[in-house]
Each structure stands twice: as C-alpha cells, then as structure tokens.
Design a protein around this ligand. Structure first.
Ligand code: AHR
Length: 506
C-alpha cells in the first residue's frame, strides 16, 4: 500500500485524554489492584507503587472511578471520614469495605499525575447526593460537606473537573435503570444542582446509540453537558471465556469501532450539539468482563440449590468465575492490535472524541495484572506506552492507496477489513506514525511519500510477539517492545505480522 502525507492536511489536535483508564470497585481492581496495604510494593498510603509507576510510564491522563455498575448504588458518604462503615454492593454481590473512597482516589490520581474523573450514582442516587459530592470535593469551605473534607485532612478543595452523571442507566442490568424521558429530566436537574456548586466542572451523562435516549437527554439536558459517555466491549464475554480466533476478532471489530463513533456523532449533529459536546468513550475494551450470573435471574432449580447450600452456590456461580478474568493467557497480541486500531480511530475522530478510558486499568480485563511478587504487563499496555509517549499533537488526514484487505468468516458471515490501519501525526517538524498490521502471517509494506520531503531518518518501535496468541504472564514475557536503530528513511517501511508500530520520522 501507499500513503501520501501533507503536514497541512489536518484532522485536528490529538487529545491526550484518549489514553485514559477506568477503575471500578470490582473484584481485584481497587483492593489488590491499585490499593493493597499488605503488599511488599505498598507505599505509605497503601497504594501499589509498582502499579503507580507503570501508569506514570504511559502518561495516564485521566482515571474514571468508582464505576461502572458499582456506582449505581454507591453511597459516596460512606467512603469518607475516619470511620468507614462497610456496605453491601448490590451490583457485584460482595461487601464493600469503603476503605478506598473519594480522598484515597484523589490521592492516587495525584501520585500518578492524572485527572480524577468521578462518575456519580444516578441509579439509586439523587441530584442532591450528586451535588453534595461536588460540594465535598470542590467547595473551599462553605457548607457541611466542604467542612467535612477539611476535617478529613484536605484543607484545599480537590478541584475535580470531570464528572459524569450516571453509568449505563439505559440498561436493564443497571441498578436504577431509567426510561429515556425520566433520564433527560434527572440529568437536567442533577446537572443544574452540580453546576450551582461549581460552574467550572465539565459534565458528561450516560448515552447509548439510541435516538430516543439522545433526543430526551440532549433536548432536556444538552445545554448543561460538555460530554456524552459511550461504552463498548467489542468481544462480549457472554459466551464465557471462549476467545474467538484472531481473524474473527479482527473482522468483527474492524468496522464496529468507527460505526459507534459515527452514530454518536450523528446524534450530536442532528440535535445541534456537534460543536458543543464531545464524546467520552469512557469504557472500552476488546473483551467484555467475565462475571456470569450476576445479572441473571436464577432458574427455579438453581434457587432450590441456593436454598440448600447458599455459600457453595454463591462462591461457585458468582465469586470464582471472576477469577477467570485473571487468566493472562487470554490477553494476546489480538488485544494489542485491536487496542491500537481503536486508538487510531479515536485519533482520526479527534474533532469529537475528547476522552477514552480503557476498561479497566488493572486486573479484570486491564492492561496491568498484579500478583504478590509484582505485575504483569499485558500486550495492550505496550500500545499505551508507545502511543502516549511518541505520537505527536497534530493528526494528519492522509491519502491512502491500495490498502490490502483481510477477509474471512465471522460466524457464517463473510467479512473483510483493512489489513493495515495507519494514523500519521505531526509536531515540531517531526512525524510519528501509528501503524497496525492486522495480518496474522505476513509482513505488510507501506510506501510513504511526504509532500514536504524533509524526512531523512526513521526509527521503528514495535509491539510484537512470536505469534498472534503470544501473551505475557508471571515469569513469561513473550510480548514486548522492540526498537530499531535510527535508520535512513528510503520511502518504505515494513510492518511485521500482527504488530503495532510507532515509526518516528525526522
Ligand atoms: O462488566 C463490567 C461492566 O460493564 C461495568 O461495570 C459497566 O459499566 C459495563 O456494563
């Protein structure tokens, strides 16, 4: 294939906030993930210093917390103050100690150097509870909640800029699910109260690619919003842990990423918010989280089993399956190739995609896995390491010719997708290209011509493993970054099979 690059043809400025992450109170993300006072890696506040270092290395810009489904019944007031009263988490059917709450989250973000982004409870919560949370975090000293924060040791306000109203309240699985008409009203009233506490905050609200949902949301609350939040897990875990083969994953996800963004964009444009509201893709991943049963209603037979032996049924059907998210061999080069293709699409849509949060940041399906002796960096992690550190500010609109296609069967459907996904960025007289070769077996060669013809040298950074199923685990590093020497640029770059590359050109 061939591309032609003109540094004056720009999609716009890349948003570093697309390299964000999501942290939910689920399984081992918070406790044993970012927070583990018993760990040999624990710092003076009980945070895992090795996780913090890994997140600093990929320049994490923002972390969304505390959920996710968890938040739709979360009482933030139980998570602040000297005494933390445990609560029952009706989303994930476990006890929440509330040991990690707002103050701990803000402290964690300060250590990482990222923006805290709070998602509020619009399930069982009220406009009052949401705005009280803004008082606690952002008012200097007026009112009881600011005074409570001061008593808890933070004299200065946290100044939290990003807030989201609700999480997936459109879904029947969500606690406190809403009809679209009631959703628009709740968001409007909650936003009004939150902005009266701090007019400088930027508000998002849960959205989905549904016309009625967005008509009600934007007509009733659009004027208060800077963002709408959308979520995608492109390879649901509904079929358990059976991972579809690499080609199916590539075929299935090839179109879906841009389709989701195009549909969200169309709703905003149709309702005249296309230049006023941006999209926060604040939960995304290739693979859905694995937590069977938790949203299902048990069959009568299972209910009989529960009556006979509740503890065993609970452990076997709810708790133990969650451990299957921790199987590192299920995160392969497919995850890295997919993640880079997702980020490339966000970069090409930088005019409207302002934020994206990989879901989640640690353990479950995250890019980092913690264990007692350290961490495992899963293949996706290296994509963030290259993209967040090496791509430039300006996303260029390039001409592409003879792009090879991959075809194959997705289920019974013959599908095809571009084999090579490329985004070209520019800044300070230098280029950096994010180039993904989805081909499982073959190199792909890309001829590159720059209209300004100033490029003399190139250096290629590549995330690769020996095959598409390569993965990392405790004591096993099959996927890593390889860096070439500084090479003379002769107009061509060759991309290894199933690889993610950032090519620096000067
Ligand atoms: O599977 C995890 C859940 O996925 C998150 O809690 C929710 O936001 C999304 O539906």
């Amino acid at each position: 294939m061939r591309i032609t690059v003109d540094k004056n043809q720009s999609f716009g400025k890349a948003n570093p906030m697309i390299y964000g992450h999501f942290l939910e109170h689920f399984h081992r993300q918070v406790y044993e993930g970012v927070y583990d006072p018993t760990s040999i890696f624990a710092d003076e506040d009980g945070f895992r210093s090795d996780v913090i270092d890994a997140l600093k290395k990929i320049k994490t810009p923002v972390i969304r917390w505390p959920g996710g489904c968890f938040v739709s019944d979360y009482k933030w007031k139980l998570g602040v103050g000297k005494e933390r009263i445990p609560s029952y988490d009706k989303a994930w059917l476990v006890e929440e100690s509330n040991r990690f709450g707002t103050d701990e989250f803000v402290k964690l973000c300060r250590k990482i150097g990222c923006e805290p982004y709070i998602c509020t409870n619009a399930g069982t919560g009220s406009a009052e509870e949401m705005s009280d949370w803004v008082e606690y975090c952002n008012l200097k000293e007026m009112g009881r909640f600011a005074k409570q924060r001061i008593e808890n040791g933070s004299i200065e306000p946290f100044g939290i800029k990003y807030w989201s109203i609700g999480n997936e309240n459109y879904g029947g699985w969500e606690i406190g699910a809403k009809e679209s008409a009631e959703w628009g009203r709740l968001v409007a009233e909650s936003a009004k109260m939150m902005l009266r506490v701090d007019p400088a905050i930027e508000l998002s609200a849960a959205s989905i690619n549904d016309l009625n949902w967005n008509i009600d949301l934007l007509r009733k609350a659009g004027r208060y919003l800077k963002w709408i939040s959308i979520h995608s897990y492109f390879e649901g875990s509904s079929d358990g842990l059976k991972n579809n083969d690499y080609n199916t994953l590539m075929l299935r996800t090839g179109q879906n990423i841009s389709e989701n963004i195009d549909r969200a964009r169309s709703f905003l444009t149709a309702l005249d918010y296309g230049d006023k509201i941006k999209i926060a893709y604040d939960e995304w991943n290739l693979r859905g989280w694995y937590h069977p049963n938790v949203f299902n209603i048990y069959s009568l037979g299972e209910i009989e089993d529960i009556r006979k032996d509740p503890e065993t049924v609970y452990r076997k059907t709810i708790l133990e399956p969650r451990n299957n998210n921790d199987v590192n061999s299920t995160y392969s080069m497919a995850d890295a190739v997919f993640s880079a293709a997702f980020l490339n699409t966000c970069l090409r849509n930088c005019d409207i995609i302002g934020m994206a949060c990989f879901s989640p940041v640690v353990n479950t399906r995250g890019a980092i896995f913690t264990h007692k002796d350290g961490i495992v960096l899963r293949p996706q992690y290296f994509v963030f390491e290259l993209y967040a550190n090496l791509l430039k500010d300006n996303v260029l609109n390039i001409w592409k010719y003879n792009v090879p296609r991959m075809t194959g069967l997705d289920g019974n459907t013959q599908k095809s997708v571009d084999t090579v996904d490329i985004v070209v960025t520019y800044g300070n007289g230098e280029y950096a290209i994010g180039a993904v070769n989805k081909d499982p077996d073959n190199d792909q060669t890309v001829d590159i011509s720059f209209l300004d013809d100033t490029v003399k040298t190139m250096r290629v950074h590549t995330v690769k493993g020996k095959d598409v199923d390569s993965y990392n685990d405790i004591g096993k590093t099959d996927v890593k970054i390889e860096i070439s020497d500084q090479l003379p640029f002769r107009g061509t770059v060759t991309l290894a099979p199933h690889s993610v590359n950032v090519i620096e050109l000067k």
